[in-house]
Design a protein around this ligand. Structure first.
Ligand code: ZN
Ligand code: ZN
Length: 424
């Protein structure tokens, strides 16, 4: 059965949907790159203030936290990320982004909410409004966290390092959600590991350049790099068991300027995905070992430089908290809409909040794709080809019922920790 508190808190949602729809379209039209989310942060902070939250801004760069203390009880942290990606939008929507911006490397790039963080921000803003408007129905404290810099990595850690918990208080539970290419209106939960850990590594291989006609005077970094790329592929195929999994992708490889010059160095960028910390350590150690050994085998003049560019932890859902939350979702949503989520090779820095606070956290997925289209694509075996995924220039969640569902899940989620109180 639906909880009375959830019904009370969500009773005003239908009337608020047009305003949330406007907020979503506005955020979609004005995407901002990681750690540049000043306009987005200001819009969201203003809404929190209007709802009566105590608001802290500029946490970890452009992060915003709203605190609503509403009597005795647990503290529930609700988190949404707010940054966009350097992607040229091709959705053809009438509210498509035409924004360009300067990225952290000084390049002029197109910007798009291709991961749906505009939806996340709108959901959380809507849930914050509902919880404030119906505060007579529950007690405890809500921490609303709008996090910058998820895509670039580091946003969650920056907020924690900048005193998030000292300023806003330590939560008892951390909750968050992501829009996914599942049918709109569906909610997908999973106990344990939901999303992979990511490690991004830059490798600089040092050779000795020279004339293209005289390889004997050089150490050719192109040949060395080619050898490294192939050997790295043996980590997953030869060093992991069939029951273990990882992805090792060399996403970028640069060396040389022209055909008759042997370059001085080659640069590789490697992306690693793992679901298990022990597998992760083994894969990272294998990369280090192979790269150094190949450099030595090539007689490189000095050892390679291996630099970590970004790291995301595994998104691991607390088992007990996930089953509590899933039960609450099943009670609220009609049969069949709450499903088990598959493991996702994408990564998130959401897990940083729960780890830093030492409390359980749960992350779940909310469908954002047209239900009929998804079911037809699945039936035809064309899901991967036909349904644009997050980060695609065609990624365009349907607004309804996606908007409503994500507000409902956050409110129902928060209220499964915040005790109901009778209307006195
Ligand atoms: Zn993303
Ligand atoms: Zn995302």
């Amino acid at each position: 059965m639906r909880s009375r508190a959830a019904s009370t808190v969500l009773s005003g949602l239908a009337a608020e949907l047009p305003e949330l729809d406007e907020l979503y379209v506005d955020l979609h039209r004005h995407p901002e790159l990681s750690f540049q989310e000043t306009r987005t942060a200001a819009v969201l902070a203003d809404r929190l203030r209007a709802d009566g939250y105590q608001v802290h801004t500029g946490i970890g760069g452009t992060g915003v936290v709203g605190v609503l203390r509403n009597g005795a009880g647990p503290v529930a942290l609700l988190r949404a990320d707010i940054d966009a990606l350097p992607v040229q939008e091709r959705t053809g929507l009438d509210y498509a982004s035409t924004v360009r911006a300067t990225d952290a490397e000084g390049r002029d790039v197109p910007v798009m909410h291709a991961c749906g963080h505009d939806m996340h921000a709108t959901w959380l803003s809507g849930a914050a409004s509902r919880l404030a408007a119906a505060r007579q129905a529950w007690s405890g404290t809500v921490l609303v966290v709008f996090q910058p810099g998820e895509e670039s990595g580091g946003g969650a850690r920056a907020m924690v390092a900048d005193g998030l918990f000292e300023r806003a208080g330590v939560p008892d539970v951390v909750l968050g959600q992501h829009v996914a290419p599942a049918p709109a209106g569906w909610v997908l939960t999973r106990p344990g590991v939901l999303m992979a850990a990511t490690d991004a590594i830059r490798i600089t291989l040092h050779g000795r350049g020279g004339h293209g006609s005289r390889p004997e005077t050089t150490v050719d970094p192109v040949v060395l790099a080619a050898s490294v790329v192939l050997r790295l592929q043996t980590i997953v195929s030869r060093e992991l068991a069939a029951t273990e999994s990882a992805v090792v992708t060399v996403g970028s490889l640069h060396a040389g300027t022209t055909h008759n010059v042997i370059a001085d160095e080659a640069t590789l960028e490697v992306n690693v995905r793992t679901f298990d910390s022990q597998v992760r350590s083994r894969v990272l150690a294998a990369i280090d070992r192979i790269v150094r050994a190949e450099a030595q085998a090539a007689d490189a003049p000095r050892p390679p430089d291996i630099v970590e560019l970004a790291t995301f932890p595994v998104t691991a859902n607390d088992e007990a908290a996930t089953s509590r939350l899933t039960d609450a979702f099943r009670a609220y949503f009609p049969d069949g809409r709450v499903q088990e989520a598959p493991q996702v090779t994408g990564s998130e820095d959401f897990g940083e909040f729960g780890s830093a606070a030492g409390v359980p956290s749960v992350f779940w997925l909310v469908g954002g794709a047209d239900e009929r289209t998804v079911l037809d694509a699945l039936a035809a075996g064309r899901f991967e080809r036909d349904i644009p995924s997050n980060h695609s220039s065609l990624f365009a969640p349907v607004r309804h019922p996606t908007l409503r569902t994500g507000v409902e899940t956050l409110v129902v989620g928060a209220l499964s920790w915040l005790p109901a109180r009778g209307v006195g």
